[in-house]
Design a protein around this ligand. Structure first.
Ligand SMILES: Cc1cc2nc3c(=O)[nH]c(=O)nc-3n(C[C@H](O)[C@H](O)[C@H](O)COP(=O)(O)OP(=O)(O)OC[C@H]3O[C@@H](n4cnc5c(N)ncnc54)[C@H](O)[C@@H]3O)c2cc1C
Length: 433
C-alpha cells in the first residue's frame, strides 16, 4: 500500500469530480487522486445519440464559472483543437453531447491525478485518514469526494418484469436492440424519453409496428429556460435553498421538475415535424402519444407485456399490449456500496439520504478535519441544480475552498436579480470558505 496520505481522493470520474480535479491542478500543494472504474473517460455512452445536444451552455463547463482563465475551459479546448472560428461560424445554440464528451476527455488527458480502470470497492476510516480500497490496491486520504453518479430508476410497477424485453434506456446504444415489427412502449417524458422516442420512430432499431410514448406529465413539456427560472441555477438560490426546512425543500424539488428535467424545445419541434412527415408520407406504423398516464401495472403474458395505465385527466384505466418496454424513467441518488463500512457513522435523513452541510460536506461522526464531500447527492439539500452541470464548477470551488480552509476561488462573484431570502449576505459568507 502507498504510505503517503493524499489530501483528497475522488471516487468516480464523471464531470463533477473531473471539475474538482481540473481546478485542483493549479494548487500543486494539494495532493489529489481520483479513481474511475471505466478504462477511459466516457460520458453516458449508452445514450450518446449522434444528434444529442447539451441542455446547458458551453460556458457551464468544468471550470469557467470560478476560474475563467483555467487552461481547462471549453473555449481553450476549441482553440487547442483548431475549432474556434468554425465553432463561432456554425452559430450553434448548444454544443453536441459528443463534442462536450470530447472536451472532457481532452481535459482528462492533461491531468496526472486520474486513475482509470480502478474500481473503488470499500471506503474505511482508520485512525486519522480514509482508506480507499480499490481493485488495484489501497490508498490513504485525509478527505474524500463521492462522485460516483446516480443509478437508473426502475418504477415499482415494472420491477418484476425487467429483463430483455423491459429495460432501462441507460445502455440502449450498447445493447443489441431489435424493434423490427415490434410493439414498443417508451416510458418517461423527459429528454431521454424524447430522444429514444425520436430514434424509435425513425427506425433506429428496425421498423417497429407500433410505438407508444407514455408519460406521467400532463403533456410533453419543454425545459423551462426562461431567465427567472435560470435564477434557480445560480449560487444565491442554492444558498437560500439550503437554509430551508426539509419539507419545504422536498416540495420545491417536486414543483421545479420542469426547470431541470423537461424536453429541449428543439427536440420537441423535431419530434413534431417527424410525426407530421410520418403522416404526410402515409407511414404505416401506429404512433400513440399518451401523456398524463400513470403506469400502475405491468404483467408478462408469454412473450407479451400487458401494461395498465391510469389516465390522470379522465380517470380511466387503459390496457396496452406490447413486445418491449423502454424505461426512460431517470436516475436516483443512492448510497454507494463502497460506503458500507462507514454506514453506521453517516447521518442520514428519514429517506436514507446523506445529510449535506453547506459546503456539500456529508454529516458524519468522524473528526471534523476529515471531510466526505457528496457530489450529485444533494438534490434535496441544495436543490435541482445539483444533478446538472450548471453549478458544477461553482460547487467545486466551494468544496476546494472548504477543503483548504481559504478562499482560493471567488464563489460569491456573480449575483442574480432575485432576492430569494431575507438573509442573503450571511449566507454568502458562509459559503465562501
Ligand atoms: C444522457 C444524459 C445527458 C445529460 N445531459 C446534461 C446536460 O446537457 N447538461 C447538464 O447540465 N446535465 C446533463 N445531464 C445530467 C448530469 O450532468 C450528468 O448525469 C452527469 O454525468 C453527472 O455527473 P457525475 O459526475 O455525478 O456522474 P457520472 O457522470 O454518472 O459519473 C460517475 C462515474 O463514477 C464511476 N463509478 C461509479 N462507481 C464507481 C466505483 N465504485 N469506483 C470507481 N468508479 C465508479 C462511473 O463509472 C462513472 O463514470 C445529463 C444526464 C444524462 C443521463
Amino acid at each position: 500500500m502507498n504510505k503517503k496520505v493524499a489530501d483528497i481522493a475522488g471516487i468516480g470520474i464523471g464531470p463533477f469530480n473531473l471539475s474538482i480535479a481540473a481546478l485542483l491542478k493549479e494548487i500543486p500543494a494539494a495532493e489529489a487522486v481520483f479513481f474511475e472504474r471505466k478504462p477511459r473517460f466516457d460520458w453516458h455512452p449508452g445514450l450518446m445519440f449522434r444528434e444529442a445536444r447539451m441542455q446547458t451552455s458551453f460556458l457551464k463547463d468544468l471550470v469557467t464559472a470560478v476560474r475563467p482563465t483555467s487552461p481547462y475551459s471549453f473555449v481553450n479546448y476549441l482553440v487547442n483543437t483548431g475549432k474556434f472560428y468554425p465553432f463561432l461560424s456554425a452559430s450553434v445554440e448548444t454544443v453536441g453531447r459528443q463534442e462536450f464528451t470530447d472536451y472532457m476527455g481532452w481535459v482528462t488527458s492533461q491531468l496526472d491525478t486520474l486513475r482509470f480502470g480502478t474500481d473503488v470497492q470499500e471506503l474505511q476510516f482508520v485512525d486519522d485518514h480514509f482508506l480507499v480500497r480499490t481493485s488495484t490496491g489501497a490508498v490513504r486520504a485525509r478527505n474524500v469526494s463521492l462522485g460516483s453518479g446516480r443509478i437508473p430508476h426502475i418504477p415499482e410497477a415494472v420491477a418484476s418484469v425487467v429483463g430483455d424485453r423491459c429495460f432501462h434506456a441507460i445502455n440502449i446504444l450498447a445493447r443489441k436492440t431489435n424493434l423490427a415489427g415490434a410493439r414498443v412502449a417508451i416510458v418517461g417524458g423527459g429528454q431521454t424519453g424524447a430522444e429514444v422516442f425520436l430514434n424509435t420512430v425513425r427506425n433506429h432499431w428496425g421498423t417497429p409496428r407500433e410505438v407508444l410514448w407514455v408519460s406521467r406529465r400532463l403533456n410533453f413539456e419543454p425545459l423551462d429556460e426562461t431567465p427567472f427560472t435560470n435564477e434557480l441555477f445560480m449560487p444565491d438560490y442554492v444558498r437560500m435553498f439550503h437554509t430551508l426546512d426539509a419539507g419545504r425543500r422536498r416540495a420545491l424539488v417536486e414543483q421545479q421538475k420542469l426547470a431541470g428535467d423537461g424536453i429541449s424545445p428543439s427536440t420537441l419541434r423535431e419530434i413534431y415535424r417527424e410525426l407530421y412527415e410520418l403522416r404526410v408520407s402515409g407511414d404505416p406504423k401506429e404512433v400513440s402519444l399518451l401523456p398524463a398516464r400513470d403506469m400502475i401495472e405491468v404483467q408478462k403474458n408469454g412473450e407479451e407485456l400487458g401494461i395498465t395505465t391510469h389516465n390522470r385527466l379522465d380517470g380511466s384505466r387503459e390496457r396496452h399490449t406490447v413486445d418491449a418496454i423502454i424505461l426512460c424513467t431517470g436516475f436516483v441518488e443512492r448510497l454507494p456500496a463502497y460506503l458500507e463500512p462507514l454506514q453506521s457513522r453517516l447521518h442520514l435523513d428519514e429517506h436514507g439520504r446523506l445529510q449535506l452541510g453547506r459546503a456539500f460536506d456529508v454529516q458524519w461522526d468522524g473528526p471534523p478535519d476529515n471531510r466526505i464531500y457528496g457530489l450529485n447527492l444533494g438534490r434535496y439539500s441544495h436543490g435541482i441544480a445539483e444533478s446538472q452541470l450548471s453549478l458544477a464548477a461553482w460547487r467545486s470551488g466551494v468544496i476546494i475552498n472548504h477543503l483548504l480552509g481559504r478562499p482560493i476561488f471567488d464563489v460569491d462573484a456573480s449575483a442574480g436579480f432575485v432576492r430569494w431570502g431575507s438573509a442573503s449576505e450571511p449566507q454568502r459568507q458562509a459559503f465562501g470558505a
